[in-house]
Design a protein around this ligand. Structure first.
Ligand code: SF4
Ligand code: SF4
Length: 286
């Protein structure tokens, strides 16, 4: 078992799995029947004891509640992070609509996430077959996320009780950043070599491999600060001064959830922008 075996298996799975295609019974409209959700994934691997994981425990980043790789899996050696870029059909459908999510984007958030979980399980099976243990934090019973009312990040930083307002004990985008898949953009998406529009997943395993990926000390290495995401946001949640205002974004997402339930998603800051499928900025490499 090595990195390339896992990557090849993931690419084959993405190309062949029917879960990566919108089937007739679930399609929200004629236009999305047969829609392919994701293009081939990209991967990056980090040592489980990489110091950068510890920085995620700082209150200014995620906080003490973030669980380190070895806290998820005793004897962890490697963190595997991957990015599944949305297909052109999903991206362009969403950029054609200026306010509400397209049917393709709504599928990407729900059926796309289901496919992502299946891919994690497939990789976990492959690792187990080769004699390695792994866990998928996203599907683990210890996984916690919070997006409802509660203590804000500022309050938590000042000694408030409980975990911050919008947070989780394992953040796929932060994990991808540590692994070297990309850096954050003004819109707080992670800008990778395949852009920002897509979904992230990860596993923690005791398989030992050489770490790879470029390390980016700056959070904004690959964002060109073009401001296109500011213009695209229907509710003005993004600004040069403050980045993304999570409260404004979240309230709009609640409106979308109500209108499209049980589906949701917006992503206007991720399409029709220079970082949609590319890495426009390039600075701050360690
Ligand atoms: S649209 Fe421009 S400013 Fe916004 S995240 Fe992408 S590169 Fe950065
Ligand atoms: S997801 Fe939508 S509401 Fe939230 S910042 Fe992006 S464009 Fe704005």
């Amino acid at each position: 078992m090595n990195k390339q075996v896992l990557i090849d298996a993931a690419i084959r799975f993405t190309r062949s799995s029917e879960e990566n295609i919108i089937s007739d019974p679930v399609a929200l409209s004629e236009s999305v029947k047969g829609l392919v959700i994701f293009d081939d994934p990209i991967f990056s691997f980090a040592r489980a004891d990489d110091d950068l994981f510890s920085t995620l425990k700082k209150p200014s980043v995620i906080g003490e509640h973030f669980l380190l790789p070895h806290e998820w899996l005793e004897g962890a050696k490697t963190v595997i992070s991957f990015f599944l870029p949305f297909s052109e059909a999903v991206r362009t459908s969403n950029s054609r609509e200026s306010t509400w999510p397209s049917d393709g984007w709504l599928h990407g958030r729900i059926e796309g996430q289901a496919f992502l979980k299946s891919m994690c399980l497939k990789l976990q099976d492959d690792l187990a077959e080769a004699g390695f243990r792994s866990i998928i934090p996203l599907t683990d019973s210890r996984f916690r996320s919070r997006s409802g009312p509660g203590k804000t990040r500022d309050e938590a930083g000042k000694g408030g009780q409980g975990i911050p307002y919008y947070t989780s004990n394992w953040s796929e985008r932060h994990i991808a950043w540590v692994c070297g898949l990309g850096s954050f953009g003004l819109s707080r998406g992670l800008v990778t070599s395949k852009g920002v529009a897509g979904r992230f997943g990860s596993l923690v395993t005791d398989l030992q491999v050489e770490p790879d990926g470029e390390r980016h000390e700056s959070f904004l290495s690959f964002c060109s600060s073009c401001g296109s995401c500011i213009k695209n946001c229907p509710v003005n949640a993004i600004s040069f001064e403050h980045g993304k205002d999570q409260d404004i974004c979240s309230k709009f997402q609640d409106e979308i959830k109500e209108k499209f339930k049980p589906r949701y998603g917006c992503g206007k800051c991720q399409v029709g922008v220079p970082c949609e499928k590319n890495m426009p900025g390039r600075r701050g490499k360690i």
